[in-house]
Design a protein around this ligand. Structure first.
Ligand SMILES: C[C@@]1(CC(=O)O)C2=NC(=C\c3[nH]c(c(CCC(=O)O)c3CC(=O)O)Cc3[nH]c(c(CC(=O)O)c3CCC(=O)O)/C=C3\N/C(=C\2)[C@@H](CCC(=O)O)[C@]3(C)CC(=O)O)/[C@H]1CCC(=O)O
Ligand SMILES: NC(=O)c1ccc[n+]([C@@H]2O[C@H](COP(=O)([O-])OP(=O)(O)OC[C@H]3O[C@@H](n4cnc5c(N)ncnc54)[C@H](O)[C@@H]3O)[C@@H](O)[C@H]2O)c1
Length: 220
């Protein structure tokens, strides 16, 4: 079976995590990093989760899970040590057509989590379709060595250029060529080697004199 890959926008959305141990803590962290409004329901919570609740960053209910906890939630992640409960959460979510991930129980998930390489706005997700999470992690670590901080700067610059061009006119075909030219000319390498003068020359030649690192507000 093929999983359908997506990038979910969960900013401002209510997301529920059931469980309060180390695994739940990791899921809470990634949900928060994507701007979700996180609620945790758990019998007991570890220090990291208690601290987030004290700081008002998450909503915490220290009690057993109830099906009504799913009301108004965009997605649910189950990370409890109770196998029977994990399947019950999955069935409740299924009845509501909700997104549901139960940590380490692919049969109870309608989405699974990939290993993620993150460098600024660059995200590379690795999934083995559940065949080997350990290998997904291994590839993530290998790629983290390959994709350094220059990719984050490169995407800031490409994003700023693209915003400017789109504001000027809507000509996707013309823009596409310009982006390809910048990439083919080795802009990424220039950033890696901090060749700011060469970058300004390339931007001026390809896009026009009004394009420079300073004008675009990007520091390398
Ligand atoms: C990628 C990552 C993301 C995350 O969890 O956020 C993730 N698992 C990670 C680590 C990891 N998990 C496990 C090990 C021990 C070694 C091993 O078993 O390989 C390690 C390695 C370690 O910890 O070192 C145990 C394990 N995992 C699953 C099962 C059950 C089964 O396969 O049936 C069992 C056996 C439980 C048991 O023994 O009973 C199932 C799933 N784990 C997934 C994701 C989904 C498929 C992802 C894919 O398509 O590859 C899926 C299907 C569902 C899900 O959980 O979403 C994260 C790495 C993050 C990172 O570091 O970058
Ligand atoms: N993906 C991974 O990396 C990974 C690694 C280890 C374990 N796991 C899986 O995730 C599960 C959780 O792992 P953990 O290390 O965080 O376990 P843990 O024992 O530290 O935490 C389990 C949590 O579930 C809560 N809980 C139990 N019954 C509950 C109920 N009825 N209602 C609400 N909360 C309840 C407990 O209070 C506790 O906070 C494990 O059982 C295992 O299946 C996943």
């Amino acid at each position: 079976m093929n999983y359908y890959p997506v990038c979910l926008k969960i900013e401002g959305k209510n997301c529920l995590v059931v469980g309060g141990g180390g695994v739940a803590g990791r899921k809470v962290k990634t949900l928060l990093a994507c701007g979700a409004k996180v609620t945790v329901v758990t019998l007991a919570a570890n220090d990291a989760i208690l601290r987030l609740a004290d700081e008002g960053v998450i909503t915490l209910f220290l009690r057993a899970y109830e099906p009504s906890d799913l009301e108004g939630m965009f997605l649910v992640i189950g990370a409890t040590s109770d196998t029977e409960l994990n399947f019950r959460i999955s069935e409740d979510a299924d009845r509501k057509n909700m997104l549901c991930n139960i940590a380490d129980v692919p049969d109870a998930c309608n989405f699974i989590l990939p290993a993620v390489v993150q460098q600024g706005d660059l995200q590379i997700s690795v999934s083995t379709s559940g065949k080997s999470p350990a290998f997904a992690k291994h590839l993530r670590k290998e790629m983290e060595r390959q994709f350094g901080a220059e990719y984050a700067v490169f995407l800031s610059l490409m994003g700023a250029i693209r915003k400017e061009l789109l504001a000027q006119e809507h000509a996707p075909e013309a823009h596409k060529g310009l982006f390809e030219e910048l990439i083919a000319a080795g802009l990424l390498n220039m950033i890696r080697e901090k060749r700011d003068k060469d970058i300004d020359t390339l931007l001026g030649k390809t896009l026009g004199p009004e394009f420079s690192l300073k004008d675009l507000g990007v520091e390398i």
